[in-house]
Design a protein around this ligand. Structure first.
Ligand code: GMT
Length: 372
């Protein structure tokens, strides 16, 4: 198939999923055309069957902001015509579904539009009155719609009063890359005295409640010698760093910023903390599980579909840092339990979310939509 993929090229989860999906599909012989305003961060080397088309954002004094939706639609039209695309698969509804449907209309319906809903396009941004009716239209007018968790499907249907089918295709991980191989050198760097290591990866947005990670760490550290590693960057980072200073934790906290080889760092840690206010899936939790890390997270959104409470980690109510900390301490104090959780986390990632299980589901979905 010839497939166009539209995504945000940044560090966000939806862009990572879209890029990894494109790479896997290319590997399976499909011709993949990424259409984005910058090259996706994970598309960092030449790969056969993959092409990149930049959406150029035209500036004109009259426009206070670049007109992305129209520019993207025009680029989709151009690529679809010239490369004879069968499908345009957009990740994150806003405004990608709108652009794709506009392009499809201009192309006299000669292309199928598939929209994958990822999270805040539905649960946060899409709820803004300035977006809601357009998001709803984008979902109803797409030829096929997928959501990354059952939770996200149900929420979409009820919140936007959706009448159509939405297929759940969960996110996936390359379990051959994200695998439990301890990097002792790295571990020694973070924890020179063999302290335990807590880790958190995110884009430091408010919804991630990163300050709670620090609060959890503060409690754990009083009982068990430990270090905290942060990966990622974003609007809340300054505040989180300040909190570490105020609580006099700074010497035990390592801020690595954005990182490429996530798996190496994940593997050198002991537990993953994800205290999000909302999480439609939690790709970072899945990647950690694949590396054999138990995950302590909040019981929200799609997280219970990924993390099994009492088997691969623990789930708590949002903001209950005491309970989160007590679970971390429990795992650190009970070596057998820790190892069991670690094995079960890895096993769940391999059995349910490996790329070789999930990518064919997208191929089947494409075939179904093309035959409709
Ligand atoms: O980061 C993004 O690009 C999208 C982001 C969001 O804010 O919607 O992440 C969502 O998509 C990821 C990939 O499917 C999921 O793993 C995240 O759980 C989800 N984030 C939220 O729901 C907050």
């Amino acid at each position: 198939m010839r497939i166009g993929i539209v995504c945000y090229p940044t560090y966000g989860g939806s862009g990572v999923v879209a890029t990894e999906l494109g790479k896997e599909l290319a590997n399976r012989g499909h011709e993949i055309h990424f259409i984005c305003y910058a090259i996706p961060i994970k598309l960092n080397r030449f790969l056969d069957n993959i092409y990149f088309h930049e959406v150029e954002l035209y500036q004109y004094p009259l426009f206070e902001f670049p007109i992305y939706t129209d520019a993207l639609a025009s680029r989709i039209i151009d690529v679809a015509r010239f490369h004879n695309l069968d499908i345009i698969h957009v990740h994150y509804a806003i405004p990608h579904a709108t652009s794709a449907i506009l392009a499809k209309t201009i192309l006299n319906n000669k292309i199928k539009v598939i929209t994958t809903l990822h999270g805040t396009d539905i649960t946060l941004v899409g709820l803004e009155p300035s977006f809601t009716p357009v998001v709803r239209f984008g979902i109803e007018a797409s030829d096929g719609v997928t959501a990354v968790s059952k939770y996200l499907r149900e929420t979409t249907i009820s919140t936007y009063n959706i009448k159509r089918e939405i297929e759940v295709i969960p996110n996936f991980v390359d379990t051959e890359i994200f695998k439990p191989v301890k990097n002792l050198q790295l571990r020694k760097k973070f924890a020179p005295n063999d302290e335990k290591i807590l880790i958190h990866v995110s884009n430091f947005r408010k919804v991630k409640r990163v300050q709670d990670v620090v609060r959890v760490f503060e409690i754990v550290r009083k009982k068990i010698p430990s270090k905290l590693v942060f990966i990622g960057d974003g609007p809340e980072r300054g505040d989180v760093e300040n909190l570490c200073r105020t609580l006099k934790l700074y010497d035990d906290v390592i801020f690595l910023g954005k990182q490429e080889a996530l798996y190496e760092i994940l593997c050198s840690a002991d537990v993953f903390i994800l205290p999000s206010q909302m999480e439609s899936f939690g790709l970072s939790a899945l990647e950690a599980m694949s590396c054999g890390l138990p995950v302590i997270a909040t019981n929200v959104g799609g997280l219970p579909e990924v993390i099994l409470h009492g088997e691969t980690g623990y789930l708590t109510e949002v903001g209950n840092v005491e309970r989160m900390a007590s679970y971390v301490i429990e795992l650190f104090e009970d070596k057998n339990k820790y190892e069991k959780f670690s094995e079960q986390a890895r096993e769940r990632a391999v059995k349910l979310f490996d790329k070789n299980l999930i990518v064919p589901k997208y191929e089947q979905f494409y075939a179904k939509i093309l035959n409709n």
